[in-house]
Design a protein around this ligand. Structure first.
Ligand code: HEC
Length: 178
């Protein structure tokens, strides 16, 4: 038996024995009692409405949004708007960041941004006139029929969470302020 073998045997034996010894008794592990549990920290109020529940078919009915208009509006949107505002009007994650050209990317239209700050009349005006030049939103007047514009607005409203729709109705639409 070579010295080298004995040495290795000793190392292995030592490691095995060491393993047994190095396991600390459970009592010496101090519980992290001083650290507050994350749930104890109140979440900061967030302006992001992305976490709000999506509207249910019942709430859509309560809003008196015509399902036929929603369906037609979805087609108008997919054909003309989705390329910029995103397939589900959610825009891109960086929509708040100004581009190198000074323009902002197209915003979401799903109730998580500003679209619900406008009355139906203003939304219609924005879609008809766009914001050519600085804004980059095309003007749709003459390109879409009145019905198509009406339908796409109804589709957009159908995306808004219940809470947003309620606030919009009470604070914006019924006052016709914006
Ligand atoms: C070429 C890209 C592009 C297309 C296509 C486009 N938009 Fe836009 N849209 C924009 C941009 C950019 C803005 C932001 C304009 C601004 O800040 O002046 C915008 C803004 C809007 C707003 C105002 C949102 C707000 O929060 O105030 C509405 C509503 C809107 N678009 C609806 C539509 C609809 C409906 C269509 C399809 C018929 C459409 N857009 C197609 C780029 C586009």
């Amino acid at each position: 038996m070579s010295a080298r073998y004995l040495f290795l045997l000793g190392v292995v034996t030592g490691l095995v024995a060491g393993c047994g010894e190095s396991a600390p008794p459970a009592a010496t592990v101090s519980p992290p009692a001083a650290v507050p549990a994350p749930s104890a920290i109140a979440p900061a109020p967030s302006a992001d409405t992305a976490a709000l529940p999506a509207p249910s078919p019942q709430s859509i009915a309560a809003r008196k949004l015509d399902p036929e208009k929603i369906k037609r509006g979805a087609t108008v949107y997919r054909t003309n708007c989705a390329s910029c505002h995103g397939p589900n009007a959610e825009a891109t994650p960086n929509w708040r960041e100004q581009g190198a050209d000074g323009r902002y990317p197209p915003p979401p239209l799903n109730g998580s941004a500003h679209d619900w700050h406008h009355s139906t009349a203003t939304l219609e005006k924005m879609i008809r006139e766009g914001s050519p030049g600085i804004g980059g939103m095309p003007a749709w007047n003459g390109k879409l029929t009145n019905q198509e514009i009406d339908d796409v607005i109804v589709w957009i409203k159908s995306l808004w969470p219940d809470e947003i729709y309620d606030i919009w109705y009470q604070e914006i639409e019924s006052k016709q302020k914006n």
